[in-house]
Design a protein around this ligand. Structure first.
Ligand code: P6P
Length: 336
């Protein structure tokens, strides 16, 4: 009888990726191998974050390691790990990282067909406060015949092959979605060193009375943004106002919104006219996850986020993402 309560249907990320590959007859295995390099870097980053608080990796000035050289901050270590994982995979032609001013071209990966954008440690300013941070990733496929140029990554999110994020919280939670597919959540089992499928086919509730925005910027918001958020604080006949939940780490706010529903927003405002969050490795990958989970994501002009094309690799955008009905409500407040 004890066997009855042991979940024997364990799907690891590795098995999941292989099953996905088999669905595509034309698959060469390159995408699968790229994703293995990704998951390896998430395991490494998770390991370093867990050690960070112990060995002072959270970037407190003056800390140095045994050889005495200046202790690298966690965001630098994570960026280095991620770059090396992409390089050694041989499947990544070029990489855009939040930590790198310019595109990194992997000339050693001659036949690589993928371009990756990532934020290795999004929310790192919160690290020493113990707030969950995360790695956000977006995968584009090179245009036919392209040898890998900046144009291969300056594309609308509608062309993304896959995207997702790993949140380093009490445990490492990985969320991944592929073009035309659903959203699946995996939890890192530290003992096995495996990501286990714990949240199959994640679906955003159509509505939920939770809003997530930095109200400290409300002085700078456009009027229709002020009106929208003010409307959430009213109690319609017999109804109740919304709850406010803001962590200030996009991956943590996004993960909660994905699980519970509601809306997360970082509107462009008078202080940040183009918004604060970056299109390639924050807005677009999150938008793909939210749309594939049944939600929506729009920019400050109410354009579908996945149709926004950045001019430069670090371009920003305002963003509203969350439950389908909630975004419809934002649109209704936006003056034409
Ligand atoms: P603010 C973290 O610094 C970050 O890039 C995102 O992770 C987060 O959503 C946003 O900025 C928080 O910005 O202005 O509210 O502190």
């Amino acid at each position: 009888p004890h066997m009855e309560n042991i979940n024997t249907h364990i799907v690891t990320l590795t098995r999941f990726l292989t099953e996905e590959q088999i669905k595509h007859k034309e698959a060469t295995g390159d995408f699968t191998l790229l994703c293995h390099a990704l998951q390896f870097s998430f395991k490494q980053i998770a390991y370093y974050i867990r050690r960070a608080t112990l060995v002072n990796l959270t970037g407190l000035a003056g800390s140095s390691n045994t050889t005495g050289d200046e202790q690298k901050k966690l965001d630098v270590i994570s960026n280095d790990l991620f770059i090396e994982a992409m390089r050694s995979s041989g499947k990544c032609a070029l990489l855009v990282s939040e930590e790198e001013e310019e595109v990194i071209f992997f000339n050693s990966s001659a036949n690589a067909r993928y371009a990756v954008a990532c934020d290795p440690i999004d929310g790192s300013s919160n690290l020493d406060a113990g707030v969950s941070v995360g790695t956000i990733f977006a995968i584009h496929k090179l245009a036919e015949g392209s040898t890998g140029t900046k144009e291969d990554i300056l594309k609308p999110g509608t062309e993304l092959v896959a995207s997702g994020f790993t949140m380093y919280g009490a445990s490492a939670q990985l969320v991944i979605t592929m073009k035309g597919g659903g959203v699946n959540g995996f939890t890192l089992d530290n003992g096995l060193g495996e990501f286990i499928l714990t949240h199959p086919d994640m679906r955003l509730p159509r509505k939920r009375a939770i809003y997530s925005v930095n109200e400290g910027n409300s002085l700078y918001w456009e009027d229709h943004v002020k009106d929208y958020f003010s409307s959430l604080k009213e109690a319609p006949e017999g109804g109740k106002p919304y709850s406010a939940r803001y962590i200030g780490s996009m991956v943590a706010d996004a993960y909660r919104t994905l699980l519970y529903g509601g809306i997360f927003a970082y509107p462009a405002d008078k202080k940040s006219p183009k918004g604060k969050l970056r299109i390639l490795y924050e807005c677009a990958p999150m938008a793909m996850v939210f749309e594939n989970a049944g939600g929506q994501a729009v920019d400050s002009h109410m354009n579908r986020m996945l149709e926004v094309v950045p001019e430069h690799i670090h371009d920003k955008a305002g963003i509203f993402m969350g439950s389908y009905d909630e975004i419809e409500k934002v649109k209704s407040f936006h003056k034409k």
